[in-house]
Each structure stands twice: as structure tokens, then as C-alpha cells.
Write a protein that binds this ligand. Structure first.
Ligand SMILES: Nc1nc2c(c(=O)[nH]1)N[C@H]1C(S)=C(S)[C@@H](COP(=O)(O)OP(=O)(O)OC[C@H]3O[C@@H](n4cnc5c(N)ncnc54)[C@H](O)[C@@H]3O)O[C@H]1N2
Ligand code: MOO
Length: 395
């Protein structure tokens, strides 16, 4: 069995970034940038006033100055200020040539065209040209995920459109004779297909366009046909369930029937051991165990970085852990890396505590849905007494 980090390395070694597209600025929100964004020109492009007041020469102060005109935002004052002169100025307006400082209007005494000024420090209330950024400066790097602030920066750089990653097209197949789609009438021996829906939702949360397929019957032929049909239309196919060794676990046999190449079929982790990865017709197929907590843990550990890589985001960023103290003692771990569902709390000192509910069975969706994090227990980790610091991964 391979380790979690080995499995992730194999996944990333076999995943390529999706194509890119160019879209209007606001349509790029939440997407990964595929080009560096450089400033069209410096910001501000001119020396600007930071206050409403009077533009003047500091060397003329203290004293009485003659106001010779006005500079407004978007309306530069064309003339040169000479000794003893000042110009009315407003926030954001270009400083007139010859001026070097601004007297804030609250500190001025005005009488018609005469302005009495206190001593003004040289450069006071002046924003120098390029104080925010210089012309041609790289403001955003390829790979950045574009939030509202980044979109504003691109707009300030003069960009009207951006080159971004296409959303990976992801097919999510679920299968099992016990499954019925939400909204359908279940038989007495059936349950609702929560994880086909859940994994598709996660894929979309992480930047993909997901298509739901299923629930399929426990039938190797039907599963093979569904995979074969999904492959040409999708960059990635995910199969939820049917991953284990039972007589009705048909996912991997279906992949073999299609002539697929299996990279791994088990990972030394708990939950999530029966996770697998294959390639069929040049496209990756990720197999997740059907138990809800197993599927969610494996999606978090493998699907998230895989989608990051496909979207040209940093695939390493999402799997970095944080530190927290455990509320209750955790027993020594076995040989498999273990991911325990945990509720996070922050106390009045700012310390984060992780509370692992006693019920950790991998079938418990409600426990997972109410957790905020996973406590990571290394293989063969010793008992962690209450208060010990552990690694946690935000869910
Ligand atoms: N003899 C062994 N049995 C099992 C092993 C093993 O190593 N030897 N591994 C166990 C582990 S660990 C897990 S995890 C599960 C994985 O099972 P599968 O991926 O084959 O999934 P299923 O058998 O189809 O279902 C398991 C469980 O999850 C429920 N399920 C499945 N799909 C969904 C869905 N879309 N929505 C909601 N619930 C789903 C299903 O009803 C089962 O209860 O195998 C163990 N067995
Ligand atoms: O690994 Mo299974 O995922 O323990 O329940």
C-alpha cells in the first residue's frame, strides 16, 4: 500500500493544467489567472493631492499666499505656481507644476484670493506618482486565484479582460443497488445517493464544472459503459463507491475491462483505504470509497490538489496543515495515516482547540458535515494527551 503523500504525488505527476480562455474582468472572479498582469502605467500617474485644501510651495510658508486658480480631480490646473502663489486643490487632483505641498483647508484662513497659511512641511499631503505601483510592475502573477481585490487591481492596471483557466469538466459517477436519487421513492433496503451529489458539489466549490451521472446499478457492464461515455466529454471522471473488494464492487474491474491503466488501488489511510487512480483513453479516473467520510476525506486530500493543478493554482497550498490543541486524549494510532473529524473552537486567549467526536465511523455523514477540520494522525503516532498540539487540516 502506498502512503497519502505518495498517492498525491502520483496524481499530480499525471495531471495537466486545463486550457485557458480570455474573459471579461468580472467573469474572472474566483478563477485562476494564466498570465502575469502588469500595470499599464504608474498609479497614481501624477503627483496628487491627498486632501482638500491649497497646493503651494512649502518654502512660502508660513505666510499669506495669493490663490491663482483651481485643480480638481480629473481637471488639472495647467499653469505653473510661482513664488507666493497657491491653487485651490481637491483630493485626487494633480498637483500643479511648481507646487510641492498641500495645506489642508481646515488649517487655512481665506479672505477672497488671499490664503493665510501656517508653516507647511515639504511634501505634506502629496501622493507621489507611482506610490501605489510603478508602470509595468507585475501586479498579479499567473496562478493567483482572483478575488474581488485582485479584480480591482487588474482594473487599476487597465485590464478589461483576463486570461484564466478553463474550468475542468468533471463527471461524478455514483453507483450501488442500494442508492436512489434524492427526490425518488426509496425501497425499504435503499438509501439516498448523498455522495454523488456531495462530491459534485465539492468539485464545483473547487472550481470545476461537474456533471452528475447515476446512481448506477451494481453492474460492471453498466459502470464500464458509463465511464466510457463520460471520458471523451470530461477532463476528469470520479467514481464514488464500488471501490472495495466485495462481489459487488465493480469500479476497478470496469476500468480494467476498458483497458485502463491502474496507478494505485489502495492508500495507507483511514478512512479512505480503497481509493484508486486510473487512466483510460488518456484521461484520469479517480475512485473514491463510497462511505461518506471516506469519500470526503479522500476528496479533500486528492481531488482538491488535483483540481488545483488542473486550474493552475498551487496544488501544495491546500494540504498544508495548521496546529491546534486536542480537547480530549487521542489514543495511539495504527499503521495507517488517520484523519479524524474534529470540531474547532477558539478560546478567549485565541488558542484553537480541536475536539474529535467519539463517533468517527466513516459512514457518518452528519458528523462530517458538523466538523470544521480533520485531525491528522501520523502512522504509529503515540497517544496524544488532552492539550497536546496536533496537526489539523481545515475541512
Ligand atoms: N472485506 C472488506 N470489506 C471492506 C473493506 C475491505 O478492505 N475489506 N474496506 C472497507 C472500507 S475501508 C470502505 S471505505 C468501504 C468502501 O466501499 P466501496 O467504495 O466499495 O463502497 P460501497 O461498498 O459501494 O459502499 C460503502 C458504503 O458507502 C455507502 N455509499 C456508497 N455510495 C454512496 C453514495 N453515493 N451516497 C451515500 N452512500 C453511499 C454504501 O451504501 C455503503 O454503506 O468498504 C469497506 N468494506
Ligand atoms: O477507509 Mo474506509 O474508508 O475506513 O471506511
Amino acid at each position: 500500500m502506498i502512503s497519502v503523500s505518495e498517492a498525491r504525488a502520483i496524481i499530480l505527476a499525471n495531471a495537466a493544467p486545463c486550457e485557458s480562455e480570455t474573459v471579461e474582468l468580472r467573469a474572472a472572479l474566483g478563477r485562476a489567472l494564466r498570465e502575469d498582469v502588469r500595470a499599464f502605467r504608474a498609479q497614481p500617474p501624477f503627483r496628487a493631492s491627498a486632501m482638500d485644501g491649497y497646493a503651494l510651495r512649502a518654502s512660502d510658508t508660513p505666510g499669506v499666499l495669493r490663490m491663482i486658480g483651481e485643480a480638481g480631480a480629473g481637471r488639472a490646473f495647467g499653469r505653473q505656481l510661482r513664488e507666493g502663489e497657491c491653487a485651490r486643490i481637491f483630493t485626487g487632483a494633480p498637483l500643479p507644476a511648481g507646487a510641492d505641498s498641500v495645506l489642508i483647508q481646515e488649517d487655512a484662513v481665506r479672505d477672497g484670493e488671499l490664503v493665510t497659511s501656517l508653516a507647511v512641511e515639504l511634501g505634506r499631503h502629496v501622493r507621489s506618482a507611482g506610490v501605489d505601483f510603478a508602470a509595468d510592475e507585475v501586479l498579479l502573477r499567473a496562478g493567483a486565484v482572483l478575488d474581488a481585490h485582485a479584480i480591482a487591481l487588474a482594473a487599476a492596471a487597465g485590464k478589461a479582460s483576463l486570461k484564466i483557466s478553463l474550468k475542468p469538466r468533471v463527471a461524478v459517477l455514483s453507483g450501488g443497488n442500494e442508492l436512489v436519487a434524492p427526490g425518488q421513492q426509496p425501497g425499504d433496503d435503499q438509501i439516498f445517493d448523498s455522495m454523488g451529489v456531495g462530491i459534485a458539489a465539492l468539485a464545483e466549490q473547487w472550481g470545476a464544472n461537474a456533471t452528475r451521472i447515476g446512481p448506477l446499478a451494481d453492474d460492471a457492464q453498466e459502470i464500464a459503459e458509463a465511464i466510457a461515455a463520460a471520458i471523451p466529454e470530461h477532463d476528469l471522471t470520479i467514481v464514488v463507491g464500488g471501490a472495495s473488494v466485495g462481489d459487488h464492487d465493480h469500479a476497478r474491474p470496469a476500468v480494467r475491462e476498458l483497458g485502463g491503466e491502474l496507478f494505485f488501488e489502495k492508500v495507507a489511510m483511514r478512512p479512505g483505504k480503497p481509493t484508486w487512480l486510473a487512466r483510460v483513453g488518456g484521461r484520469l479516473i479517480l475512485g473514491l470509497p463510497g462511505n461518506p467520510a471516506s469519500a470526503f476525506v479522500c476528496a479533500r486530500l486528492f481531488l482538491r490538489p488535483l483540481l488545483d493543478q488542473m486550474c493552475s493554482r498551487d496544488p501544495g497550498a491546500s494540504t498544508r496543515t495548521l496546529k491546534a490543541r486536542v480537547r480530549t486524549t487521542l489514543s495511539a494510532n495504527g499503521a495507517r495515516e488517520t484523519y479524524m473529524r474534529a470540531v474547532l473552537e477558539t478560546d478567549e486567549t485565541g488558542q484553537t482547540w480541536a475536539l474529535a467526536p467519539a463517533r468517527q465511523d466513516s459512514s457518518l455523514l452528519s458528523v462530517f458535515a458538523n466538523a470544521q477540520a480533520l485531525i491528522v494522525r501520523a502512522p504509529d503516532a503515540a497517544e496524544a494527551p488532552a492539550g497536546a498540539i496536533v496537526d489539523v487540516l481545515p475541512r
